[in-house]
Design a protein around this ligand. Structure first.
Ligand code: FES
Ligand SMILES: [Fe+2]
Length: 459
């Protein structure tokens, strides 16, 4: 088959709209795995998940199963989870602690850094077989780096550093980490995994979509609005109710009080809530008051205020990560097929924060990320309906133009929408998508020459 040409790919993204093929075409999906997931920095785990030498976490880049490991020298290794003998996946559990990896098929064992340690019946191999050769090791991913504990891997041997790739988005990680009074975070409380029938790109496109909750989440909004504030005298249901009510905020609230910012390499965040009374993390909540006191005690009044005055909601790190600092949630998107995606959702515990803060974070996880959630299941239904809708012979072009004429440059080298209901963050992701996809040799990020911004008119 002739490979799809750069020009053909370029024609799929136009100012303010994209062709439906980007969500449905298997050839394009394969190319995404090769050119985006095979090149960009991809989030693979948090250092707190591999604290001690011998700790490991099963992770992946695209469809490739990997192991994130703390080796015996304390270094972080990112290994392909494949035995060099006959190809079996070596580790089948999600995480654990071990002194070596042993393949279950014929018993080859590996050091924590991937080197072959021993192979049974070694005398039977041909004389040129060398157990010290890198061909007999579990292969390493060429680059692994972390930003303040958040670990990324890249299949590209060369390219921008992780910090250059993240750019101004490092401030979103800072926002999450600095909220810990003791300055440290740990993944806690397990993981939610949910698979949906739909393209992987739909997930990040939804997480900064301020125009959808009023419709998609209407049933839980209605239910929450009928509850009085003291329904749960022990406080256990307050977070859930507040979140569901917040989803019912009017367009005028979103447009007047919330902003959307986008940055090179496809990243974006929704934030800058100005109205504390409407925040889920309402400042008059007794748990948050206790937390604020802990922050002030550890960081001083001024610094605590500066940290807590940052009010970001979801931060999207293209192509596969979204996190939110106010309730310490993190979601990782893994594409499986062109219309099948799995998402892993984690919660962080803030070092030095009151226990109830973590319980609130878990309540929040249950309401927005749990597989029985009244909120998440609405969104999964939408991804499925998009997948079904695109099977029809309806419109070939999909609109991503809302707010198109209000896009404006941002002082930190990005662009922002005039208000939070702008689809600028989707246009930004597709600009980056083109940068990876429409060249024979992918580059990491920057704005595309086929920008979907308002300066250019649609043909
Ligand atoms: S496939 Fe792993 S030891 Fe044979
Ligand atoms: Fe939603």
């Amino acid at each position: 088959m002739t490979p799809i040409a750069g020009e053909q790919i370029r024609s799929l993204v136009q100012p303010g709209r994209v062709h439906r093929r980007v969500y449905t075409d298997e050839e394009i999906f394969d190319l995404e795995l090769e050119r985006i997931f095979g090149s960009a920095w991809i989030y693979v785990g948090h250092e707190s998940q591999i604290k001690l030498p011998g700790d490991f976490l099963a992770t992946r880049i695209g469809r490739k199963p990997l192991l994130l490991v703390r080796d015996s020298d304390g270094n972080i290794q990112l290994l392909h989870n494949q035995c060099a003998h006959r190809g079996s996946m070596v580790v089948a559990s999600d995480c654990g602690h071990t002194s070596e990896f042993r393949c279950c098929y014929h018993g080859w064992t590996y050091h924590l850094d991937g080197r072959l340690k021993a192979a049974p019946l070694l005398h039977g191999y041909p004389s040129h077989f060398d157990p010290k050769n890198s061909d007999t090791a579990m292969r390493r991913v060429p680059r692994v780096a972390s930003y303040r504990g958040f670990v990324f891997g890249s299949h590209a041997k060369d390219g921008p550093s992780l910090e250059d790739f993240l750019g101004y988005m490092t401030t979103s990680f800072d926002d999450l980490i600095d909220r810990a009074p003791d300055g440290d975070l740990e993944v806690a409380g397990g993981v939610f995994k949910h698979t949906y029938r739909g393209n992987w790109k739909l997930y990040l496109e939804n997480l900064c979509d301020a125009a959808h909750p009023l419709f998609v989440h209407q049933s839980s909004i209605d239910a929450a609005q009928q509850q009085s504030d003291d329904t749960y005298s022990d406080g256990s249901g307050e977070i859930a109710i507040r979140q569901m009510r917040q989803n019912g905020a009017s367009y005028s609230f979103w447009e007047a009080n919330v902003g959307i910012w986008t940055y090179p390499n496809g990243h974006s965040f929704l934030g800058d809530y100005h109205d504390d009374a409407k925040l889920v993390a309402a400042l008059n909540d007794p748990v948050f008051r206790e937390y604020h006191a802990a922050m002030e005690a550890k960081k001083g009044k001024q610094q605590a205020k500066k940290i807590l005055d940052t009010r970001r909601w979801n931060s999207n790190v293209y192509p596969n990560l979204s996190f939110m600092s106010q309730f310490q949630q993190l979601r990782v998107v893994h594409p499986l097929t062109v219309n099948q995606t799995v998402v892993h959702a984690y919660t962080f515990r803030l070092g030095g924060a009151p226990t109830r803060m973590f319980e609130n974070a878990i309540s929040f996880a249950n309401i927005v990320n749990g597989t029985g959630s009244l909120v998440l299941t609405d969104d999964l239904e939408i991804y499925n309906r998009i997948d079904l809708g695109l099977l029809s012979a309806g419109s070939e072009w999909l609109e991503i133009g809302r707010g198109y004429e209000g896009d404006q440059p941002d002082e930190h080298g990005g662009w922002r929408g005039k208000n939070s209901t702008s689809e600028i963050y989707i246009r930004n992701m597709f600009d980056t998508w083109l940068n990876y996809m429409a060249v024979e040799k992918p580059i990491n990020g920057g704005r595309s020459s086929v920008s979907s911004h308002a300066a250019e008119s649609r043909p």
